[in-house]
Design a protein around this ligand. Structure first.
Ligand SMILES: Nc1ncnc2c1ncn2[C@@H]1O[C@H](COP(=O)(O)OP(=O)(O)OP(=O)(O)O)[C@@H](O)[C@H]1O
Ligand SMILES: [Mg+2]
Length: 205
């Protein structure tokens, strides 16, 4: 049986994660791999219910509660979907994972980064992605994409200062050891070619 591969796509809102996840899936399937695309928060029935609460603009959620809701959704997602897919030799592509919590709840909301790290470790049962691809997006590309589809959910509606902190955090996190940074300001095709080259290395092992 083929070895399971866990790929995570990370980046701010509108950075192109979903677009690239679908293209990557098609390519991998063409290579004969079974692929599961999933997302956070979400991916299982319970986790999708938590997603609804988290993204509902009517929800009043203070930062620490927000952190625990994301992590609760992550435990269920990891146990019920990610680990079984890996065990079955599939490629699992997750649109967001732990780095989002570091960026949004840590840097964005200002929660203690060590607390976030500890909870991330607990919620993943120590599972580490084989690769975390982080989109680094120039500010002007954002403004442009924002105009095309203005944000509607609770996180997208958060104050500009919060979103700026998150975007800045991603720029920093993308350069951390162990992260695979991708310049997200280019064409969809150029970015996809870059991602395929990086993922191709994992397929050889
Ligand atoms: N490289 C690119 N250049 C220009 N526009 C892009 C590029 N990639 C994606 N887009 C467009 O930007 C918008 C956001 O892309 P996409 O939905 O893939 O991002 P996302 O990171 O999944 O966003 P969200 O966080 O809202 O789910 C879409 O309208 C998409 O068509
Ligand atoms: Mg998306």
């Amino acid at each position: 049986m083929k070895k399971g591969i866990f790929i995570v796509l990370e980046g701010p809102d509108r950075s192109g994660k979903s677009t690239q996840a679908e293209l990557l899936k098609k390519w991998l399937e063409g290579l004969g791999r079974e692929v599961v695309v999933t997302r956070e928060p979400g991916g299982t029935r319970l986790s999708e219910q938590i997603r609804k609460i988290l993204l509902d603009p009517k929800s009043e959620i203070e930062p620490m509660t927000e952190l625990f809701l994301y992590e609760t959704s992550r435990i269920k997602h990891t146990l019920e979907k990610i680990l079984p897919a890996l065990k079955a030799g599939k490629v699992i592509i997750s649109d967001r994972y732990t780095l989002s919590t570091t960026a949004y709840q840590g840097y964005g909301r200002g929660l203690d980064l060590k607390t976030v790290k500890t909870l991330n470790r607990i919620a993943t049962l120590n599972l580490k992605p084989d690769v975390t691809i982080v989109f680094d997006i120039p500010d002007r590309a954002f403004t442009q994409r924002e105009k095309t589809r203005p944000g509607r959910d609770r996180i997208e509606r958060a104050p500009d200062a919060f979103r700026r902190r998150v975007n800045r955090a991603y720029k920093l996190l993308a350069r951390r050891p162990g992260m695979t940074r991708v310049d997200g300001g280019r064409s969809i095709e150029a970015i996809q070619a870059d991602i395929r080259a990086k993922v191709a290395r994992l397929l050889k092992n």
